[in-house]
Design a binder for this molecule. Structure first.
Ligand code: SAM
Length: 389
């Protein structure tokens, strides 16, 4: 529907599951400024200082949180990533100092488990690693420090608020880009418009208006396509910007990106009427971003075509795009399955089996995509991509 309300839902959940102070701040902003873009609504819901979902100090990921990520499922994931990182370090001549820069490190689990893995079985690599965590949220950084202190690994890690100007090594991220605030757009009568969020006495309402920035039109022009008629879709300009900045910062090395997403043609296919935006609360998905404000996660699939293009514009070469299932299988995740002669308790055996099967599950984490880009090095072989000379 043009210019009108698409839908609004909100009051089906008990207020205890909402962050009331955050909700009032969003309402006050709409009262002062008028309808705000969905992107601004999502940015406040997730990242408003001290109040947003990721900033309030609550546990968000893991079995006790709202959703599971690969490092939280099993340390086998980080061991496989460690293998891949070690090969990248070797490809670069095994220098004495090598950076791993991780953005959106969450609880710090990937960092901790890559370092543990290297310390146990790849000591020379371990000595070379300087692990940079790029973390803008103070309460999240505190949690990461706590986790790494417990392991006495903190001295290997350096915290930064933003990506350094120059990186040599590998920039790694897991489910970072799919948690960035997105624009939501709608195609009516062939016209591209943007979704804004308004508020009446009782509830939030969506409105469709002219786009707030010409960047959205340019984004689809570059792709040479538009979402289908009547479709609502997401445009993640922040992810594209992140890739441009990261590509520019990388002097030589790799960018290793794990995220849910598709190539643009598949993401914006005409049958995908409602886009990919999803919310998670205690492992239950919902498509209502106006419920449980500040208490539920929001995520949307990324457009790998635009990410690759942004990287290439910044001097990155795309080496490959595979599923997590393929990537981990190429790296030998099958070897992590317990064998007959392994001295493991029944519990350990079951945990390993469950870990492996969850990480490669083609209907779950296994369908995450792994994008590998390079700059300034000549590389023809990478185990995870299954490329060989
Ligand atoms: C879905 S969580 C994934 C956490 C972790 N990588 C994992 O796999 O468990 C996404 C994380 O990215 C962080 N994040 C979002 N935008 C960011 C940015 N621009 N720079 C650094 N971190 C960011 C969020 O605060 C959140 O902790």
């Amino acid at each position: 529907m043009r210019g009108g309300t698409i839908w609004s839902m909100e009051n089906e959940f008990a207020p205890a599951t909402e962050n009331q102070a955050l909700k009032e701040r969003i309402i006050a902003r709409i009262r002062d400024e008028g309808p705000i873009t969905f992107r601004d609504f999502m940015a406040m819901a997730l990242y408003e200082p001290r109040l947003g979902y990721y900033c309030s100090g609550r546990e968000t990921m893991g079995r006790d949180g709202d959703y599971l990520t690969s490092p939280e499922v099993s340390p086998i994931f980080s061991a496989m990533v460690g293998r891949q990182l070690r090969e990248m370090w070797q490809v670069m001549g095994a220098p004495d100092r090598w950076n791993i820069a991780e953005a959106g490190a969450g609880n710090g689990t990937l960092c901790r488990d890559v370092l543990r893995w290297a310390h146990r079985g790849a000591l020379e690599f371990f000595e070379a690693i300087r692990y940079l965590i790029v973390e803008p949220i103070p309460s999240v950084e505190a949690r990461q420090r706590e986790r790494l202190q417990a392991d006495a690994l903190e001295s290997k890690v350096c915290w930064l608020n933003e990506m350094p100007d120059v990186v040599e090594g590998c920039v790694v991220s897991n489910e970072l880009l799919d948690s960035m605030p997105v624009r939501r757009v709608r195609i009516d009568d062939g016209e591209l418009r943007e979704i804004f969020v308004d508020r009446d006495e009782k509830q939030f309402r969506e409105e469709v208006q002219e786009s707030s920035t010409p960047e959205i039109g340019r984004y689809f022009e570059r792709l040479g396509l538009l979402p289908g008629e009547g479709c609502t879709s997401e445009v993640n300009l922040a992810a594209v910007e992140w890739m441009s900045r990261t590509g520019a910062a990388l002097r030589s090395g790799f960018v290793l990106t794990f995220d849910y997403g598709y190539e643009a043609e598949e993401l914006y296919t005409p049958w995908r009427k409602d886009g990919t935006l999803l919310c998670f609360y205690k492992h239950n998905p919902s498509n209502n971003p106006y419920a449980r404000i500040g208490r539920q996660d929001m995520t949307s699939h990324v457009d790998f075509t635009s990410l690759r293009y942004a990287g290439e514009m910044a001097g990155l070469k795309t080496l490959g795009l595979v599923t997590q299932s393929e990537f981990l299988t190429n790296l030998g995740i099958g070897e992590a399955l317990p064998g007959h002669n392994d001295k493991l308790s029944l519990e350990e055996r079951l945990a390993r089996r469950r870990g492996v099967s969850e990480l490669v599950d083609p209907a779950g984490l296994g369908r995450i995509k792994v994008l590998v880009q390079t700059k300034g090095i000549d590389v023809s072989h990478l185990i995870g991509l299954g490329l060989s000379d």
